[in-house]
Design a protein around this ligand. Structure first.
Ligand SMILES: [Zn+2]
Length: 85
């Protein structure tokens, strides 16, 4: 499925939107070596500080996108502190 590039999207839990650069596949986990990714489709997006961020290509019902690191089955999930709300 083609996805528009150079459009700003909102990420869940992040204040600043990111801009879609291109669609690709998960090739590398965070800080990992090439080939350690899960191979799922992702969108590479650029943050307001110029960093590249992998994002899942399908938004949630609220229209917000999820950073792929939070769903990648190859990523080691670090437990986060429970949040109120
Ligand atoms: Zn992945």
């Amino acid at each position: 499925m083609a996805h528009k590039t150079h459009v700003a999207i909102r990420l869940r839990g992040r204040e600043n939107p990111v801009v879609v650069q291109y669609s690709t596949f998960c090739r590398r986990t965070r800080g990992g070596v090439w080939g350690s990714g899960c191979g799922f489709p992702i969108l590479m997006c650029k943050t307001s500080t110029g960093k590249m961020l992998p994002v899942d290509p399908t938004p949630g019902l609220d229209g917000e996108y999820t950073v792929h690191w939070e769903t990648c089955p190859k990523e080691r999930h670090v437990p986060e502190a429970p949040q109120d709300g």
